[in-house]
Ligand binder design. Structure first.
Ligand code: DON
Length: 319
């Protein structure tokens, strides 16, 4: 074992160290320039770009927060991680690999080309194509029952029942033609596993959940804590599934710039176009940041900077 790695994994992360890393990251990037709100969904374009919050949830359930951590924003693509968790409970990790796919696409999150190049699989549960296929893979007798299952598992991950932001859901539904086209394309290749229109609708609805930064930290903290919500202490998913979910994040969590993210942080992350981002350090803690301006790949600019700062400061890079 590489001695640096052994040393790193042993070093305790104290409460004081977390508190100061979170505060420093907040101050350091508060006025960081760059990026723009997502413009392709009207609701997201109108969110105040100055909002900024950071929360850390440790594997033993302590939560540290600074900034606008109570503000509810669209979870967007971060929802893909938790619908994947549900589908994996239903079908098991092997079926996810075989029927959805777990390789990186190296392409934007809404790429049609990725599906065309890899029609044998729906590519990856964390890009739009694979996420919609994953939604279709959740077991339920009908769409209403499926939504209840999604809603229940999200509530367990967050430790509270999450609201759907109706205006965001309406805004997404009015503009999701591209996603519908991708889903039907997958269907034509036999890579969709339930009613197409209903699955796309539930995917869109799950993207429209309102979460605050603290919720995301607790949800991600559940993945850092082997599938047990560290705050409520309730088991949400099987422990064995956590490394499989984190593997998809390390492969595709920030889309075509996942390599850049992992190169600098060495930890699994997941972003959403609502401006949220999570990072998970297994057995230790999870970081969530919210700041709406995004880079070209669709990842929060300040979110990446702040999360990277905390990872560095606390010596959490796994690599
Ligand atoms: O499917 C979409 O376009 C959005 N509802 C979610 C995409 C997303 O968050 C991609 N993110 N970075």
């Amino acid at each position: 074992v590489n001695s640096t790695l052994a040393q790193k994994s042993k070093s305790p992360v104290t409460e004081a160290a977390i508190r100061s890393a979170v505060n420093e990251a907040y101050e350091k990037y508060k006025s960081a320039p760059g990026g723009a709100n997502a413009s392709y969904i009207p609701f997201l374009a109108d969110v105040d770009p100055k909002l900024y919050g950071i929360a850390v949830c440790t594997a033993d359930g302590k939560v540290y927060e600074v900034g606008d951590t109570k503000y509810e924003f669209g979870i967007e693509s971060i929802s893909k991680v938790f619908v994947l968790a549900l589908a994996m409970e239903d079908r098991g990790p092997e079926a996810i690999q075989d029927s959805i796919g777990v390789n990186a696409t190296g392409m934007p999150f809404n790429s049609v080309l990725a599906v065309e190049l890899e029609p044998a699989r729906a590519v990856n549960p964390l890009v739009n194509a694979g996420a919609m296929a994953t939604n279709s893979f959740v077991k339920a007798p009908n769409s209403a029952a499926k939504w209840t299952r999604i809603d229940d598992i999200f509530a367990k991950f967050a430790g509270r029942r999450l609201p759907v932001i109706d205006k965001l859901y309406a805004s997404e539904t009015a503009t999701n033609q591209h996603n519908r086209a991708i889903a039907w394309l997958l269907y034509s290749y036999g890579r969709f596993y339930d009613n197409v229109d209903e699955s796309v609708d539930l995917y869109t609805k799950a993207c429209s959940y309102g979460t605050n930064t603290r919720d995301l930290a607790v949800m991600a903290g559940t993945l850092a804590n082997n599938g047990i919500n560290p705050v409520t202490k309730e088991r949400v998913i099987k422990a064995d599934h956590c490394p499989k979910i984190l593997a998809t994040m390390i492969t595709e969590g920030l889309y075509d710039s996942t390599g850049d993210w992992v190169y600098h942080t060495g930890v699994p992350g997941k972003s959403g176009v609502g401006g949220g981002i999570i990072a998970v350090i297994p057995g230790k803690l999870a970081i969530a940041v919210f700041a709406p301006p995004l880079d070209k790949a669709g990842n929060s600019v300040k979110g990446q900077l702040a999360a990277k700062y905390i990872v560095d400061k606390l010596g959490l890079n796994l690599l």
